[in-house]
Design a protein around this ligand. Sequence first.
Ligand code: G4P
Length: 525
Amino acid sequence: MEPFAREIARRRTFAIIAHPDAGKTTLTEKLLLFGGAIQIAGAIKARKAARHATSDWMAVEQQRGISVTTSVMQFEYEDCVFNLLDTPGHQDFSEDTYRVLTAVDAAVMVIDAAKGVEAQTIKLLEVCRLRNTPIITFINKLDREVRDGFDLIAEIEDILQISCAPVTWPMGMGKHFRGVFHLLEDRMFCFAPGTERRVELETIVGLHNPLLDERFPDEVTKLREDVALAREALPPFALGEFLTGRQTPVFFGSAVNNFGVQDVLDALAAWAPPPQPRDAGARTVHPNEPKFTGFVFKIQANLDPKHRDRMAFLRVCSGRYTNGMKAFHTRLGREMRLANAVTFLANRRNVEEEAYPGDIIGIPNHGQLQIGDTLTEGELLQFTGIPYFAPELFRAARLKDPLRAKQLHKGLKELGEEGAIQVFEREGGQLILGAVGALQFEIVAERLKTEYQVEALFEPVEIYTVRWLLFPDDATKNRFVREQALRLGRDVDGNLVYLAPSRYNLELTQEKYPEVEFRATREHR
Ligand code: G4P
């Protein structure tokens, strides 16, 4: 294989999705251990500790240095280069998470074996489903008293509507957790608690090996019954089903004990797809095209409070990025030089010479780059599929000092562009903020104060939800705008939205205008 094709083929770009506390941080750390990035593992723990130690987000914010390097972690394992995209863990602050998921080719779903499918898992999986992202499932915490494997799998299949193909099956649990039996390799991996590093685990080949009876007399019968039932009642792993997002291979383990983690990594290497072709509006872009393309899926602003700098995280979709190259900014219609972009090798944040499809680069800029922007080598393309979700909470912004209106607009516009909050402007200029989690309001209030010197009050407002509007023709649009003026607003990009005061009102309005489409998500541009 020629070198460029080989670099693409060995890339795996993925994220870990989990309800808070299921073990995402722990799993991330252990995965990095395999990649030899031990230092960063400590940093992740420190970051998580900071999150715990404070009631709000500000302390984490102060640790931005760490959080940037850990937003994207690149590590090598076997012959693969893994790009692990971190998703903000806070339950309340998940819009960013959704967008990060548009930049990956696969996801690892962590389920707490005692709790099963939780609220955040459901939401995140819905997002993965928008792009049929292949999912690998890791059922965690088998070293505790947890639920039965069949029960958990039934719940995943039922609630998440994805077929489960167990690849490993646990023997015992809690104090009696003895390991997992690998259904494809037909051998038992014996559990050893407290494993920090990569070790050779003891294995016993064959389900009917008498060694199993000898070693685990109390657990072996149930394991044999379970494996027989799993093989009979559940589907075998099928690569094609996995790649289209219809089936998930399931692994059991204990992240904190670094047990079962290597299986997940091996599955990513063997089964997860390399960088995939992407829809760029005018056409589909293939990763092996020689010309560079990519899109911005995340912005982190004001990394250094003294400078108004921002870091745009761009996923390379095709071609090769080289330091200092010129790229074409398709929204602005002009060239920009990509100098000093950073890549994210897990043990150092370095100015790297090149990046390949699947890789992420961080581009420092002063606001030219926004979420959803596409860069190319001149072709007019626009990558699609970066979602905005209808916020669930709303506040009206009011100034303490009316003379600061200009700064308020500027601040909210920039924070809106960064994706920290959604901003809608009503007829007459009233600014409405929409968030997915309440914490977003606090963050925005704090950032307005420190970064824009604006003190704003956020007051309750009677809005239940927003819907982005799509009209079949201008006549319908004009009629709607005339009749519903009071309930209309515009998002930061000028798109028309309907601000519904109640679910009932939304339903009535939808009935009244059956030809108008009311969308709960919108794609970024
Ligand atoms: P998150 O990022 O998904 O929020 O979860 P995180 O990894 O922080 O794990 C949440 C808690 O679950 C942590 O305990 C962690 O140690 C524990 N945990 C993770 N994997 C396992 C496992 O396989 N078995 C058991 N028994 N526990 C596990 P904590 O008490 O909140 O934090 P810490 O003091 O252990 O750091």
